[in-house]
Design a protein around this ligand. Structure first.
Ligand code: CA
Length: 219
């Protein structure tokens, strides 16, 4: 396992690297945004951890550029607790998770593990509905890659098409114990998935069932 950590606070960066490497997570550090972007596009990492406030290029700009290049490595954004707007923007741009500073290394390790976990059974599982095919292993929909949370949400929807998937169920299934206060962000992911469906599916769409949840339906 190898991660990239882009962080300009050198003392913090070195301390986190030290703790991650104790957990056998090899950690490369970049101290500014430009260096971080150059390293991120090498595409050799299992996970990228991005501080938001960085010299030269912000964490959000790095995220935007690597997603534009089609690099789908899981990304964890770091920022001060109060920066809710940054969080929403980060999620909109394709971040997989978000951790508020200051954080405990154990928490960061848990997030990295959750994002890079591979199913033990490497057999590819596909689930289809009309002109959509979801691939569990690749986390793709008709061959288009999704971020982990998009994929987790899509999986729940396509498993039971034409049935309401409740918002609370999605929160507990996709966010697990960290669901508190996340309900506004589901909408962000759903709108990203809708955009994707528009591009790749003629027959399906995601319907909002007001006050309840969502369902994947035939158009
Ligand atoms: Ca910083």
């Amino acid at each position: 396992m190898r991660v990239l950590y882009v962080e300009d606070e050198k003392f913090l960066a070195e301390a986190v690297k030290h703790n991650l490497e104790k957990q056998e997570i090899k950690t490369d550090i970049a101290f500014d945004g430009e260096e971080g972007l150059n390293m991120a596009v090498a595409s050799i990492y299992d996970c990228i951890i991005l501080d938001i406030m960085l010299p030269k290029l912000s964490g959000l700009e790095i995220l935007e550029r690597i997603r534009e290049k089609g690099i789908n490595t899981p990304v964890i954004m770091l920022s001060a607790l109060s920066e809710v707007e940054d969080k929403v923007r980060g999620l909109n741009m394709g971040a997989d998770d978000y951790l508020a500073k200051p954080f405990k290394t154990a928490e960061l390790v848990a997030r990295i593990m959750a994002l890079t976990r591979r199913p033990q059974d490497l057999q590819q599982e596909t689930i289809s509905f009309l002109d959509l095919t979801y691939n569990t292993d690749e986390k793709s929909l008709n061959g288009e890659k999704m971020t982990r949370k998009e994929a987790d949400i899509m999986r729940e929807l396509i498993k039971t098409p034409e049935h309401i998937v409740k918002k609370e169920y999605l929160l507990s299934k996709v966010w697990g114990g960290e669901a508190y206060g996340e309900d506004n962000y589901i909408e962000v992911y759903i709108s990203r998935l809708r955009k994707m469906l528009k591009k790749i599916s003629k027959k399906t769409e995601i319907m909002t069932v007001r006050g309840l949840g969502y369902k994947l339906v035939e158009k």
